[in-house]
Design a protein around this ligand. Structure first.
Ligand SMILES: Nc1ncnc2c1ncn2[C@@H]1O[C@H](COP(=O)(O)OP(=O)(O)OP(=O)(O)O)[C@@H](O)[C@H]1O
Ligand SMILES: [Mg+2]
Length: 415
């Protein structure tokens, strides 16, 4: 490792998912990020994204972080932490501040965001992000960076993400017990979108759906940033449990069947093909029970439909979110289920593709899959923050990372 790379800085991301805990350590280089440490571990002590057993969760986090540190050959002190517990919810508030004709500066942007924050304060939820949309000066909309411009009134629609404080605190406590600080908390689907959407999708509008083990996260992007996020507490593990229950088979066998033979759509050969199902309490050979593949599909499909319908209903209820994006990207471990893309296309009536983390050097094949979008996105988030910091330090208006240069770290208020 050269000195200049070290000087460029190291960032670390921690995604504590319901199925796995994952830690990436990366070097910030001139041309982006290089992952130098990877640790992942089956997670214990979580349910639907929330910690339900502190000790077990702490042990999983500690093991994942330790593995990443060993690979990177260095200790980390702070992590960018993804979370999806505490029912994170989005609100959009439109604010306006008076300028009295002076040149718009950082303090005006801060005043506007503070106003947005104030409007959402006091409902017993914690504010996680305040993300500004595009600005308007005296009614002229679509301004990405108003600094240096003049006018009488500055308006902006602020996207405020809040979450219940308890579950966030539990997660942070587990992380603190591993002797790690939290640089920032980032809502998981927001991070997943940063990793799996391409720049054009973020600009022109796209919805990312991260189907994990215990949760399904949603983030709608437009004009370069998230305008809506949501998390529903249902995911791939519910499908596995349905299979185990429906076919009276052990969970681990249900999980394997889902990945190997499962599909969200019926195919004509489903009736002819049979699968050997091991029954609970029987050993491998003796207890095998052949069932047509259509029975497996018949269990998976309704649950998958239910998840998508739930997401769709909530997107529609949110108002703005549905109309914006005609493109949809599915990511998360459970997006690998066969037929899921086609089912989503039917239910949402959108163009759907599968997404995985892009543009990060050093991610091995095993960790470049869709289950790692959140963790990779946390790094991208952190890189954006860094880019803004250094751009501000040298007096440039924008950092090198697209929209992420639009506002400063000090503006992206977090905990
Ligand atoms: N090949 C596959 N086919 C179908 N499902 C799969 C496949 N591989 C993984 N899954 C499912 O993906 C889910 C785990 O996804 P992921 O790793 O994204 O979850 P997580 O981030 O730990 O959980 P969450 O985000 O809900 O807290 C599990 O339900 C698992 O069964
Ligand atoms: Mg996840």
């Amino acid at each position: 490792m050269t000195k200049s790379k070290v000087r460029n800085g190291v960032i670390a991301a921690l995604d504590v998912g319901t199925s796995k805990v994952c830690c990436f350590i990366a070097l910030v280089e001139d041309d982006g990020l290089r992952v130098i440490g990877i640790g992942h571990q089956v997670s214990q002590g979580l349910r639907s994204g929330a910690v339900v057993d502190m000790e077990a969760a702490e042990a999983s986090i500690s093991a994942a972080v330790h593995a990443a540190e060993q690979m990177a050959d260095q200790r980390i002190h702070d992590v960018y932490l993804g979370f999806s517990a505490g029912a994170p919810a989005s609100r959009s508030v439109t604010v306006e501040v008076a300028l009295n004709g002076h040149e718009i500066g950082d303090s005006d942007l801060r005043r506007a965001l503070d106003q947005g924050r104030d409007r959402c304060e006091g409902d017993a939820r914690e504010i996680v992000h305040t993300i500004p949309g595009s600005y308007a000066i005296d009614g002229n909309r679509g301004i990405h960076d108003p600094r240096g411009m003049y006018g009488e009134r500055l308006g902006v629609k602020v996207h405020v993400i809040t979450a219940a404080p308890g579950p966030m605190r539990n997660l942070k406590t587990c992380v603190a017990r591993c002797h790690l600080g939290v640089a920032e908390c980032v809502v998981s689907p927001y991070a997943s979108g940063l990793a799996s959407l391409v720049d054009d999708e973020r600009e022109l509008g796209a919805t990312v759906i991260d189907i994990g083990g215990g949760t399904t996260g949603v983030a709608v992007f437009a004009d370069g940033d998230a305008i809506h996020t949501d998390v529903v507490p249902v995911g791939g593990n519910h499908i596995t449990n349905d299979i185990a229950r429906g076919l009276s088979t052990p969970i681990d066998h249900a999980e394997r069947m889902k990945a190997l033979y499962g599909s969200a759509l019926f195919s004509p050969s489903d009736e002819r093909e049979t699968i050997d199902v091991r029954l609970i309490g029987e050993d491998d050979e003796a207890g095998a029970n052949p069932v047509p593949r259509s029975r497996l599909t018949g269990i998976i499909r309704p649950r998958m439909e239910e998840i998508f319908e739930l997401v769709r209903a909530r997107l529609e209820a949110s108002g703005q979110a549905q109309a914006v994006a005609h493109r949809m990207v599915l990511t998360g471990g459970a997006s690998q289920l066969q037929g899921v893309r086609e089912l989503a296309a039917r239910i949402f009536g959108k163009q759907v593709r599968l997404g995985r983390p892009g543009q990060i050097h050093g991610l091995a094949e095993a960790t470049a899959g869709p289950a790692f979008s959140t963790c990779a996105g946390l790094l991208r988030y952190a890189l954006g923050v860094r880019a803004e910091d250094s751009a501000r330090a040298i007096g440039a208006g924008e950092g090198p990372d697209g929209r992420f240069g639009r506002i400063g770290q000090w503006l992206r208020e977090s905990l």
